[in-house]
Ligand binder design. Structure first.
Ligand code: SAH
Length: 346
């Protein structure tokens, strides 16, 4: 049996240059091919018009270009677009384009399914099937950038890693994808416009600080009381709040960057005085802001959004303690494209 061809996009630019040199060509050819693969995002060797026919055939014999396809597209009344993305092995993930008046945001997936088990999130029902490769994350951004230009006449302005999966459980590939997204040889986007959202993996948060990453960090907190948090996010047992808090202090010391806490208030779960008090104490650890997000129901009503009175209570108490708090309305709910609703229903 012939050995399986390698995905050419798993090679770094340096490795591509070496490949050409070894094959009796100029290293510079590697730069040209790299540009087709990343800057221009083309997915066939034939399209590489400044490369000779022989070289293209030689590439074809040695490599494949794995790439994603937009398999399905749904548009919400509010302009949100949910894409079902088919990966080269047939698995599907979802990515969302979220337009607002001033900008368009891509919400991308980092894993097929998810390693975590948050009880209120549809993706957790899928279990983790595999991590996405850097090019599979990059391609989602390229696809949504095209949609942004087509439907909104401007380039994508922001990226959030809030689709399927836990980005910090696929850290190396997420970092590689962000390198490509921000590189002038890739999409040239600013890392300040990228937010990685995590349920909180303390060891990796510290590593990110050590790596001096330049993107923003958001943590899905939902409760600052271990017992409550473990009951809704069972992995909190392994990564308790004390460790999470310590890692965030480390993050802030190293990066001086504010962290956003994502927080849903549920009826009867975290709507009491002591829940608010615990959140305020947690917020004292480092400069931060709180995004109160609307709950998007996923099933039989086990979880229900708290009353507006309970939410107002949170807001006034946080503000009393000078904590910045925003209320985030959901987008794309009618097509199951909102946070926590991504589960390949179609
Ligand atoms: N694993 C990462 C990123 C994916 S979840 C994380 O946990 O942050 C992205 C955001 O959607 C998180 O803040 C998560 O808590 C939130 N979320 C999950 N399920 C939700 C639901 N049903 N309604 C609203 N937000 C939800």
């Amino acid at each position: 049996m012939k050995p399986k061809k390698k995905d050419i996009r798993s090679l770094t630019k340096e490795q591509l240059r070496e490949f050409f040199e070894k094959n009796g060509d100029k290293a510079f050819r590697g730069n040209q091919v790299y540009e087709w693969l990343w800057t221009k995002s083309l997915h066939t060797f034939e399209a590489m018009t400044n490369i000779s026919k022989e070289t293209r055939e030689m590439l074809q014999e040695n490599f494949v270009i794995n790439h994603i396809e937009v398999d399905s597209m749904q548009r919400s009344k509010d302009g949100t677009i949910k894409n079902g993305i088919r990966l080269h092995d047939g698995l599907i993930v979802e990515s969302v384009l979220i337009p607002t008046e001033k900008r368009t945001t891509a919400c991308v997936s980092s894993q097929v399914g998810c390693s975590l088990d948050c009880r209120f999130c549809a993706t957790s029902r899928l279990k983790r099937m595999r991590n996405l490769n850097p090019d599979e994350i990059y391609d989602q951004v390229v696809a949504i950038n095209k949609q942004s230009k087509l439907y909104h006449n401007h380039k994508l302005s922001n990226i959030v890693f809030m689709g399927m999966g836990e980005p910090l459980m696929n850290y190396n590939n997420v970092i590689k994808s962000i390198d490509k997204i921000t590189s002038p040889e890739g999409l040239g986007m600013s890392s300040k416009r990228i937010t990685v959202s995590t349920s909180g993996v303390p060891k990796i948060i510290k590593k990110m600080a050590d790596d001096e990453v330049k993107f923003n960090l958001a943590v899905s907190l939902h409760s600052a009381i271990d017992e409550v948090r473990t009951s809704i996010m069972p992995f909190n047992e392994t990564f308790p709040l004390k460790d999470l808090g310590e890692s965030l202090v480390y993050w802030y010391e190293k990066t001086q960057r504010v962290v956003t806490y994502e927080y849903i208030v549920w009826d009867g779960i975290n709507d009491k005085k002591e829940d608010i008090k615990a959140l305020i104490n947690f917020c004292k650890l480092i400069p931060c802001k709180v995004n109160l997000i609307e709950y998007n129901p996923i099933d039989d009503g086990e979880f229900q959004q708290a009353s507006s009175r309970a939410i107002d209570n949170y807001i006034s108490n946080l503000e009393m303690h000078d904590i910045v708090v925003n209320v985030r309305r959901s987008r794309g709910k009618d097509i199951d494209a909102a946070c926590g609703q991504l589960a390949n229903k179609s």
